[in-house]
Design a protein around this ligand. Structure first.
Ligand SMILES: Nc1nc2c(ncn2[C@@H]2O[C@H](COP(=O)(O)OP(=O)(O)OP(=O)(O)O)[C@@H](O)[C@H]2O)c(=O)[nH]1
Ligand SMILES: [Mg+2]
Length: 382
């Protein structure tokens, strides 16, 4: 795997910080830059700006998830219930929220990866399930079942229902996942193959001691399957943009592929939302996968900041968001790849991903603040 580090920028002028030449742009004393926890958590200034401003603070992102959902999960733990964690394969990386993982890791967890149809052209079902299982194991959950679904074919939903009934052993089943992951769609499809074994009806009811209305499907006389509301999508571009932008970036069909040869000092810009830039390396082939409504363009890296600012007015490279108007709204990460010749992916959560061969290059990624990125060995069919 490649080494990744956050590239620090001056909070005021946006210069990439460096500790080698005090006379060049972006100089910052070495002791500040080499203290990794400081670089990750703090606002840093280049020396020039530091001398001018000393009292600016940055806001923290609020990563709290809904208390009611956590309260319901307390019940799940207390009753040794089963959890079905629905993940959206297109908006997957980083969605395994630590607080939820910690709470449910001793329960039986089935994972349903939805929207397989959006990736179908490029990824096989087996690889997808293997990758999702690997990510859950890495996070600390050993799923009893992992299934990638998409489309309406009834067989897959009958299998999921059977698995839930078998593994829950007469206890409740809680269906959880991020907003828009596909929980309700999944349950509606399950209902098509469901036969009610009880005298109770399928209904929406208030979950005790919460303000949450839950869709409830009886599984036995003493157990139900509950469709919970989604957690906040705070690590995805989808959760950070306006509704019209959201509609552009979530693909309706499979993601579109754009191919570029990218040279040192060039950037690939995805709408006005993110960019991949090669800051070390030789010309190489890169494939970018995004929704068909996201414009993808190659520009010079030195023009990237200016391009993003100008594009917010001209909207030439769509979509843009009014929430990302200055470089303060973006973060920069850097991936130093090994020369392993293997195919790698780097995904920007909720927006898309780039695929390329590891050739010792360094790739800088500019993304909206708080959005997750993930690098993996690609499981993409050639
Ligand atoms: N292409 C595709 N779209 C899907 C699939 N599953 C769900 N969707 C779409 O994803 C969107 C969100 O689906 P929902 O089922 O409402 O998601 P949810 O997890 O219940 O969302 P919340 O209740 O807000 O947490 C809808 O537009 C669905 O049509 C799928 O397998 N493939
Ligand atoms: Mg729902």
């Amino acid at each position: 795997m490649a080494k990744v580090k956050r590239v620090a920028r001056c909070f005021h002028c946006g210069a990439i910080l460096q500790d080698t030449d005090p006379n060049m742009k972006g100089y910052c004393p070495e002791e500040l830059l080499t203290n990794q926890s400081r670089v990750e958590d703090s606002v840093l200034y280049c020396q020039t700006c530091f001398d001018m401003f000393k009292d600016i603070n940055s806001g923290e992102l609020n990563h709290n998830i809904d208390e009611d959902i956590m309260h319901i999960l307390d019940d799940a733990v207390a009753t040794d219930a089963m959890v079905v964690w629905v993940v959206d394969t297109f908006t997957f990386n980083g969605t395994l929220k630590k607080s939820v993982v910690n709470k449910i890791q001793n329960l039986r967890v089935a994972v349903i990866a939805t929207k397989k149809d959006l990736l179908a052209k490029y990824t096989t079902e087996k690889h997808l399930e293997k990758y999702v299982r690997y990510c859950f194991l890495e996070a600390g959950i050993d799923p009893v079942y992992v299934k990638a679904v998409g489309g309406k074919e009834e067989k897959q939903y009958a299998e999921i229902l059977d698995t839930c009934i078998r593994n829950s052993e007469g206890r409740d089943v809680f269906v959880i996942g991020y907003t828009g992951a596909g929980k309700s769609t999944l349950l509606n499809r399950i209902l098509k193959v469901y036969k009610n074994p009880t005298r109770r009806s399928v209904r929406v009811r208030n979950y005790p001691k919460t303000n949450i209305e839950v869709f409830t499907i009886p599984l036995s006389n003493s157990s139900n399957m509950y469709d919970l509301p989604g957690f906040d999508l705070d690590i995805s571009v989808v959760g950070k943009v306006e509704n019209d932008v959201k509609k552009c970036i979530v693909p309706k069909k499979s993601a579109s592929m754009h191919r570029f040869t990218v040279d040192l000092g060039e950037s690939i810009v995805l709408g006005g939302l993110a960019a991949y830039s090669v800051v070390k390396g030789r010309p190489s082939k890169y494939s970018i996968f995004v929704s068909e409504k996201v414009d993808v363009k190659k520009i010079k890296y030195e023009n990237l900041d200016a391009f993003l600012l100008k594009n917010n007015d001209t909207k030439a490279n769509k979509p843009t968001s009014k929430r990302f108007m200055s470089f303060h709204d973006y973060e920069v990460f850097e991936y130093a790849m090994e020369r392993d010749g293997l195919l790698h992916d780097i995904a920007v959560e909720g927006l898309g991903w780039i695929s390329f061969k590891g050739e010792g290059q360094t790739i800088r990624i500019t993304i909206p603040k708080g959005v997750a990125i993930k690098e993996t060995l690609a499981k993409v069919k050639k």
